[in-house]
Design a protein around this ligand. Structure first.
Ligand SMILES: [Zn+2]
Length: 295
C-alpha cells in the first residue's frame, strides 16, 4: 500500500509533464500563428516574439525538470524510510518468533508436566505468562516466500490435522522413551550418572497427535489454528505441534530421585551441567529439567 503510494508519487510527474508540454505547445503554436498572421508587424517583431516564446518554453521545461527531480528525491527518501521501517518490523517479528518458540516449548512442558507434578507445572506457568506478555500484539511474520505452510521442521498434514502423524523409531531406556538415534547416548549418560550417585529418571518422547488434539480443542480446527496460530492466541495458551523436541524423541525432562530438576543448585543439575555435553545433551539454563539432544 505504502509502496504503491510512493510509486504513484513518482510516476504522475512524468504524465503531468507531458500534458503540461502538450498544452503549452498548443498555446504557443496558436500565439505564433496569430503573430505570423498580423500584417502590421514587421518580421523583426515576429522573430522577437518567437525568441521570447522559445525562452519561456525553455524556462518552463527547466522548471518542470527540476520539480520532477525533486519528486524523485522525495520518493527515494520515502522509500528509504519505508525500508528501515520494514527492517525494524522484521526484526521485531523475528524476536517475537523466538519468544513464541520458547513459549511453545515451555507450554508444552507445562501442560504435560503439570499432570505429573502440579506444583512444578504451576511454577513453569509463571514464567510462561511473562513470555506471553512480551509478545502480545506483535503480529506473526508472514509465511516464507516458499508459499504457504509452516517453515518449521514439521510438514503439517493438509487435512486439518485429522491425519495421524507417524512417530520416529523409539527406544525406552530405564523407563525413558526417546528416539532410537539417541538411545545409546542416553544409556551411557544414565550409567555414568548412576556411577556418580545421581539417580536420573524422566520423560522423553511425546506424541504429536496428542498436541494436535489439544490445539483442536483450545485453538480451533482450521489448519492455521492447529499449526500456526501463536500459542498465546489460544484459550488456554497451547503450544504449536511440531516444534517441540519431545515430539521427535530428542528431549528429556529429567527427574532426580523422583522430582523434576527445578533449580540449578540441584546436584543432578550440577552433574548434568558438567557431563551431559559429553553425551550430546544440551539445555537452556532457564529450564534446568529440560535437556535436548540434536539427532
Ligand atoms: Zn521439556
Amino acid at each position: 500500500m505504502a509502496k504503491y503510494a510512493v510509486k504513484a508519487y513518482v510516476e504522475p510527474p512524468d504524465e503531468a509533464l507531458m500534458r503540461r508540454f502538450e498544452a503549452t505547445s498548443a498555446q504557443e503554436d496558436a500565439t505564433r500563428n496569430a503573430l505570423l498572421n498580423m500584417q502590421s508587424r514587421t518580421d523583426t517583431d515576429v522573430i522577437d516574439q518567437l525568441r521570447s516564446t522559445k525562452a519561456r518554453l525553455e524556462e518552463q521545461l527547466s522548471r518542470a525538470r527540476q520539480s520532477k527531480a525533486e519528486a524523485e528525491a522525495h520518493a527515494a527518501e520515502a522509500q528509504g524510510v519505508l525500508q528501515s521501517l520494514s527492517a525494524a518490523q522484521t526484526q521485531q517479528q523475528a524476536f517475537a518468533a523466538q519468544i513464541r518458540q520458547r513459549l511453545d516449548d515451555r507450554l508444552s512442558d507445562a501442560t504435560y508436566l503439570s499432570k505429573l507434578d502440579a506444583s512444578f507445572g504451576a511454577s513453569i506457568a509463571a514464567e510462561e505468562a511473562a513470555l506471553a506478555n512480551a509478545v502480545i500484539g506483535i503480529p506473526v511474520a508472514p509465511p516464507s516466500s516458499s508459499g504457504g505452510g509452516s517453515s518449521s521442521t514439521t510438514t503439517p498434514p493438509s487435512s486439518g490435522g485429522s491425519t495421524v502423524v507417524p512417530h520416529p523409531p523409539l527406544t525406552t531406556v530405564n523407563g525413558i522413551t526417546v528416539a532410537t538415534s539417541i538411545a545409546a547416548d542416553l544409556r551411557s549418560m544414565l550409567g555414568a550418572a548412576s556411577a556418580a550417585g545421581i539417580n536420573l529418571g524422566g520423560y522423553g518422547y511425546r506424541d504429536i497427535n496428542v498436541q494436535i488434539q489439544l490445539r483442536r480443542q483450545n485453538c480451533g480446527t482450521s489448519d492455521y489454528a492447529i499449526w500456526q496460530m501463536p500459542a498465546d492466541s489460544c484459550s488456554p495458551p497451547t503450544a504449536r505441534p511440531g516444534l517441540s523436541w519431545h515430539e521427535q524423541g530428542l528431549a528429556i525432562d529429567f527427574q532426580a530421585n523422583g522430582s523434576f530438576i527445578n533449580s540449578r543448585s540441584n546436584p543432578a543439575f550440577v552433574w548434568l551441567a558438567a557431563n551431559a555435553a559429553r553425551f550430546g545433551f544440551t539445555n537452556l539454563p532457564s529450564e534446568p529439567w529440560h535437556w535436548s539432544h540434536p539427532a
